[in-house]
Design a protein around this ligand. Structure first.
Ligand code: 13P
Ligand code: SF4
Length: 327
């Protein structure tokens, strides 16, 4: 490895310096150099979800954010190739919004327990049992499920989307906890599907009570709305991963417990070095299939290319676009 090849990695180091020791970054330098070179050669951009590890999130990515931000920003990309460092439904959404671009997912096994909990057939059955009730579908679903839906939502805009419909009852799928949390906030009745995020469903109210005891209640507790309502009830704030960042920026708390996926605390700690983060995290195995190695391999081989059946694509895109139009 020549000194020249290491220069790009050295230049990038300040982006991760608060959370990755220099000696560890040095072990990543070869992959980082290769990825940065391949991005230029392929005219590619890397979109990374907030749950990527810091070397991906801060180190090599061009666009970062929560599910909503990634969907919105995917519509503004002018590169030829999008590498989606996240999970499959995110890559599918990026493809639906950019049908002419090549969208790569580094590892096809990057699924999601929510997306896997429901099929298009399940949605058709819910609609048949509840005629006329609008279907609001979380973006954490396949394109085939979105295609059966009236409108999509993310955890960042779910409340706004539900209120925009002006109805007193919705089918809100597939996250039973997100749906229950939004019902509590809006008073809208929700018909649910028994899906859950395998990361957030594991947190309990006792976890939060324990943290408050351990820190004499001198701690701000922020949870993701995919957590059960009893967990949300114990928190100071519930919001999407981007809303968590905004909350810390605006409120400037001294000490924060982030009740979400593990990498979130690492990424946010890089941004707010003066805030102490308590990290009672659960790991998402699907998100963690994204590594520097798998991203490098995707760019080297131009795999795995995401495609969506054109019949499904048109209807799924309509549900996503309706969501993006709600201001
Ligand atoms: P947001 O980033 O939209 O909050 O979603 C969290 C999540 O679990 C995505 O898989
Ligand atoms: Fe799915 Fe939960 Fe993993 Fe997000 S964190 S990809 S919702 S399993």
């Amino acid at each position: 490895m020549s000194v020249m090849e290491l220069t790009v990695a050295e230049e990038l180091y300040p982006r991760v310096a608060n959370v990755i020791p220099k000696v560890e970054w040095a072990t990543m330098a070869e992959d980082v150099e290769a990825i940065m070179r391949l991005k230029k050669e392929r005219n590619a951009v890397i979109l990374a979800h907030n749950y990527m590890t810091p070397e991906i999130f801060h180190g090599i990515s061009d666009i970062t954010g929560d599910s909503l931000a990634l969907a919105r920003k995917a519509t503004e990309v002018d590169a030829d190739v999008i590498v989606l460092a996240g999970v499959h439904f995110m890559a599918e959404t990026a493809k639906l919004l950019n049908p002419s671009k090549t969208v790569l997912i580094p590892d096809l096994r990057s699924g999601c327990s929510l997306a896997e909990s429901i099929t298009a057939e399940d949605v058709r059955a819910l609609k048949a049992a509840n005629p006329g009730v609008p279907v609001v579908t979380y973006v954490n679903t396949s394109a085939a499920v979105k295609a059966e839906s009236d409108i999509c939502c993310t955890s960042g805009n779910a409340e706004k989307i539900i209120r925009s419909l002006g109805v007193d009852k919705v089918i809100m799928i597939p996250d039973q906890y997100l749906a229950a949390n939004i019902a509590n906030r809006t008073g809208v009745e929700v018909i649910v599907h028994p899906g859950a995020c395998e990361v957030h469903e594991r947190f309990t109210p006792r976890d939060i009570q324990q943290i408050r005891e351990d820190y004499s209640d001198d701690v701000t507790v922020i949870v993701h709305p995919e957590c059960p309502p009893a967990v949300v009830a114990e928190a100071d704030f519930a919001g999407s991963t981007a809303q968590m960042v905004d909350y810390v920026r605006e409120e400037d708390p001294k000490r924060v417990a982030l009740i979400t996926e593990c990498s979130m605390s690492d990424n946010i700690a890089q941004l707010f070095p003066n805030v102490e983060f308590i990290r009672p995290c659960n790991m998402c195995p699907h998100m963690k299939r994204n590594t520097l190695g798998s991203i490098r391999h995707a760019l080297e081989t131009m795999t795995n290319q995401v495609e969506v059946d054109p019949d499904i694509a048109e209807r799924a895109t309509r549900a996503i676009t309706r969501m993006l139009e709600v201001k």
